[in-house]
Design a protein around this ligand. Sequence first.
Ligand code: ZN
Length: 507
Amino acid sequence: MRTRFAGGIALLTVIAAGCGGLAASPTDPADGPLPSDPTMMDFADPSRVDGLTTRTLASHLTSTNGRRVHITYPSIPSTPALTDRLRDEVTRQLREFTDSTSTESTGGHAPEFNVEWRLAAVSPDVIGVRLRSGTLAGRPWTNATRTLWYHQPSRRALDSTGLLKDSAALAVLAGKVRQRLAPRAPAVNMTSITPVPSMFDSIAFNRDGDLVVEFDDGQVAHPSLGRVAVAVPREEADPLLSAVGRRARQAAVEAPRQMITPPPVQAFDDRPPKARSVTAGSVDCAEAKCVALTFDDGPGPHTDRLLSILAEHGARATFFTLGSNAAAQPGTLRRMRDGGHLVANHSWSHRDLGALSGSLLSDQLARTQSAVDAALGQVPTLMRPPYGSAGTEVAKVAEQMGLSVVEWSVDTRDLADRDPEAIARRAVAGAEPGAVIRLHDVYRETVDALPAVLTGLRERGFVLVTVPELDGLHAMEPGRTYYAGRAATSTAPSPHASGRPQGASSP
Ligand code: ZN
């Protein structure tokens, strides 16, 4: 088992990839490395972990009842105990969120809960997963972090305090943290910092091996203060670490890093080519009856099977990928490209873009452009806003990044009931020339429905193409919103409607 895990991680090279102008986000060390700040951590490259894929929990859950929910967490085949632990953790957090928020919109937005993840460290015997949970219930967003660790030799998932020797070490650490935050009192509430595991639930290491403690927004200070974190220098933290803690520190120092943040703005000539289906133009949709299947939220654990099914049927599709998933499964993106499909942008972590602005909004799109570029050497030209929620600012940012906004004309509601027969029925019955059909490739039932979808559409004489190939869409403009090809008669606004705000709100 250990060998298998060790063999699954290639600790050979550092991938430094990405491009496009990204702005740093003030709220997450993942968004903009500031090497001078020792509380900023590097993250390990998940694509280096063999078999790693992502699991998704989203708004289709009946318990969410109108709230917007999107949760992703990693799943590694050789560490089932870690996957179970992560699932338990996000399920607990989701229950807390639904119990503590009403379904009423606040500030014009539905309550939203979003969990994304990064790898705090990876080595043959230790892996650290940092979950960042964002809650929007009124304004502003508040973030909480929790870092869980897995120790391969003992096959145990541990809380962050498992990195420490014992409760005495936790008490010493709490003292050191208080000491370092003391100059920020009274903005930071010193008496709130007590040596309890729930307070120290996100511990990791920076690239120098210093121990980093992160607090949730609002945990030790007013939420408006943002992220509060402390770095305890390596030599001081060392005596406090358990054996697992020392291995975790070593892993953090040595792991191949994930570089989603891009190099400085590039010369025009160095800009990557725009993503385009390798078989674009092979069908004339002014002659043929064309429809476009679109898959959101992936890639996920079932996407490779989906690609095989599409290949068997000679069908092509457009994938609105989540950047964080794309960065974890770049090989799946390459399969998409090689199969004649089109890779597009569905934001980084599936936050409601209509509820974001400034760098938080542009980051969501720019980081995904970078992740796709890192995988394919091409950047997407299409984006689909999570929850279908956009607005003038989203359209403006999309335009700046050369992205057209693509909604849909047929919703299979595959997330709502997860019933393969119903999904296939809606896709086939709803199809008309020029239709854009919306599905999700992160759930088994959708992929199970695919053979019937493809057979049914073929029996009705449809040819499956990527979105820009639909009649009338071959010259899509950045910043404009499209619902279907010109041939479609659906009730949705015409393809040349506009980039006006529009409040589609489906899961
Ligand atoms: Zn989505």
